[in-house]
Every structure is written in C-alpha cells, then in structure tokens.
Design a protein around this ligand. Structure first.
Ligand SMILES: CC(C)(COP(=O)(O)OP(=O)(O)OC[C@H]1O[C@@H](n2cnc3c(N)ncnc32)[C@H](O)[C@@H]1OP(=O)(O)O)[C@@H](O)C(=O)NCCC(=O)NCCS
Length: 322
C-alpha cells in the first residue's frame, strides 16, 4: 500500500440533530452505540464524488500519475447507480482511460475483500498499479423514519494505491482472509436494487432503505470477527501480544469492546473513531487507519490487525505491517 487518504464530508449530523426528526435522544444513542455524530454528503454529491476526492489525494501522496494506473476498483454498497460502476465513474473523471474498472459489493467488509482481490490481481500481474477506493453515501439509503437504523450510519470515502513494488510502501499486506454466509442475508439489507419493485402509481416501501435485525446482527458480528481474527493469527503463528494495534470495523462501540475483550486485547491497543463518524461501511477501516496514523497510534514496524463484518453476511480480517 503506497498511500492512504480519506475524504470526509463537511456537514455534521449530531445525535441532537437526529432527535429533532425521529424519536431518539443523545443518551440512548451514545450508550447503545458510542456514536456522537456522523457526516452527511452534500446534496450535489454522490458516492463517486467522495471517492474521487479521496483518490486524487491518494494518487498525489503516492506520486503517481493516472496514466500509470492499470485498475480502478471501488468497494461500495451505496453506488451512484446500479450501473455504471462507481469505479468507472471515478476512472473517467481521473482521465484513467483504458483501465479495468469495477465495483466490489461486500458491504462493510469491502476494504478487506478489496485487499484480498488486489493481492490476487497483483500476484497474477506483477506490473499492476491499482487505485482502490472505498466510498459510501449511506445517508442516501437510511430510512429517516426508522430510529433503530438511521442513527447508525454516516458518509465517507478513502483511497489507496496498491502495487507489487515494496520500495517506499507505507504498509505491507501480510495476510488477509474473507468469508461469507448468504443464508443470513436478511439480517442487514440495503435496498434500491431490482428486488424493489416500483410499479407506476406506487411509492417506495421500507425495502428501498437500509433494514437491519440489530440484536441478531450484533451476535453474528462479535462471534465472526473474533473467530476470523483467531483464524488469521493462528495461520500466521502469531499471538495478540505480537499485534501493536487492532483496528476493527467501526460499527458500534459495544461490538468493538466485545471483540477486543474476547480477543484479550487491552483497550489501549484498540483504535476507535466511531464516535465521530458512525458506521461508514467499506470506508470505516481505512478511515480509522488514516486517523490512527495521523494521531501517531501507528509507528513504522507496527503490525496492525483489522477485522470487519457486514451485510451479506460477509466478514474478514487482515494483517498489515507498517
Ligand atoms: C442497533 C442496536 C444499537 C440496538 O440496540 P438494542 O439494545 O438491540 O435495542 P433494540 O433494537 O432491542 O431496541 C430496544 C428498544 O430501544 C428502542 N430504540 C431503537 N432505536 C432507538 C433509538 N435510536 N432511540 C431510542 N430508542 C430506540 C427500540 O424501539 C426498543 O424499544 P421497545 O423496547 O419499546 O420496543 C444494537 O442491536 C446493535 O448494535 N446491533 C448491531 C448493529 C450494527 O452495528 N450493525 C452493523 C454491523 S455491520
């Protein structure tokens, strides 16, 4: 990984802002989720606009011209449209014509699925230079009438450049593992696809929005993130003591604390920024990594463990060496 940049929209939605539109309050949200505020993209922006801004920064940081790119890949569960892909839109706006460009739909595990895919692509094509964007416009798909979900999500984008060239790399991907269980697909659903029938004269129903069975999701999230971290550590012959920082998917403070405690990682070795941004799905881990670096929580030589869980269901873990 040669660079890692984030773009966060300016507009802040606090818990008190939400309490004005739905029957909730700051105490409930903070005690159940740890979230204090989230960001909301501008009316004129879509997921691709956020991703493009992160991408421009990442290319700049990597001192890379768009003409050098071979692939543009975007992870998102809130694309501008069913087609074209967000990756194609971003590649077009960057002037990266001719590159292979496509999206990954792995929801909150999108960053880890993307790392896994990029590793495979690079091993097949050692000359590959991949721009990998994670971008979400989740506030466009939350149901503002559903207090149990609308308080959880926020918007953000990140971008990084990946290639086989280890010289001046910011971080190295040591290992990554990804899983899924489609039989539990109904636990979290982001609507807007072809299953949302839209007959003339009707209005969209709740299936158009994000729906979630919160309690069930919570249990699977904790169990699977813990198991996949143990699987990854075991196959790399490592213990948690040999990991300097855990950067989990920032969905909910209680999930993060439960995962940290079951893995027996002390609180000071767990990075969180969910209070500021809520759940930004695929952008959540790379945004947390960006902030952890800026805050001096990651030092050269550190081994960082990341883990995610999301709709699909999908989940995974990765080991990065900085
Ligand atoms: C969403 C979540 C915070 C809800 O917490 P919970 O303790 O399970 O709460 P419940 O859904 O059982 O609801 C308990 C009560 O709070 C109410 N409630 C739900 N959302 C509320 C809100 N925003 N404000 C106030 N009350 C709320 C419910 O209506 C319910 O009231 P009732 O008992 O009168 O029916 C929790 O289930 C969770 O964290 N789930 C995982 C979510 C997640 O992070 N998913 C993404 C993974 S990628």
């Amino acid at each position: 990984m040669h660079s890692l940049s984030a773009y966060i929209p300016d507009a802040v939605l606090t818990n008190n802002d939400l309490a004005r539109i739905v029957d909730t309050n700051d105490d409930w949200i903070v005690s159940r989720t740890g979230i204090r505020q989230r960001r909301k993209l501008a009316e004129t922006d879509n997921a691709s606009d956020l991703g493009l801004r992160a991408a421009v920064q990442a290319l700049d940081e990597a001192h890379l011209n768009t003409t050098a790119l071979t692939h543009v890949i975007a992870a998102t569960c809130t694309p501008d449209a069913l087609s074209p892909s967000v990756a194609c839109i971003i590649a077009g706006q960057l002037g990266a014509s001719g590159v292979m460009a496509f999206d990954i739909g792995a929801a909150c595990s999108g960053f880890l699925y993307g790392l896994s895919l990029c590793r495979a692509l690079i091993s097949q094509e050692p000359e590959a230079k991949i721009l990998f964007v994670c971008t979400e416009a989740l506030t466009r798909r939350v149901n503002w009438a559903d207090r149990s979900t609308c308080v959880l999500f926020g918007d953000a984008a990140t971008a990084c450049v990946l290639s086989a060239n280890a010289d001046c790399a910011m971080a190295k991907l040591d290992d990554v593992v990804c899983h899924s269980d489609g039989t539990l697909r109904n636990l979290i659903h982001v609507g807007g696809g072809t299953s949302c029938a839209y007959a003339m004269g009707t209005t969209v129903d709740e299936q158009f929005f994000i729906t979630m069975q919160g309690r069930e999701t919570y249990k699977h999230a904790v169990r699977n993130m813990v198991r996949v971290c143990e699987e990854l550590l075991e196959r790399n012959h490592l213990t948690v003591d040999e990991v300097q920082l855990l950067v989990p998917h920032q969905a909910n403070m209680r999930i993060i604390e439960a995962v940290g405690s079951r893995l027996a990682i002390t609180e000071d070795k767990v990075f969180t920024n969910v209070a500021k941004y809520g759940n930004t799905s695929s952008a959540s881990i790379p945004l947390a990594l960006t902030e952890a670096r800026l805050e001096g929580r990651i030092h050269p030589g550190d081994r960082v463990l990341t883990t995610a869980f999301g709709a699909g269901l999908t989940w995974g873990a990765a080991l990065l060496q900085f």
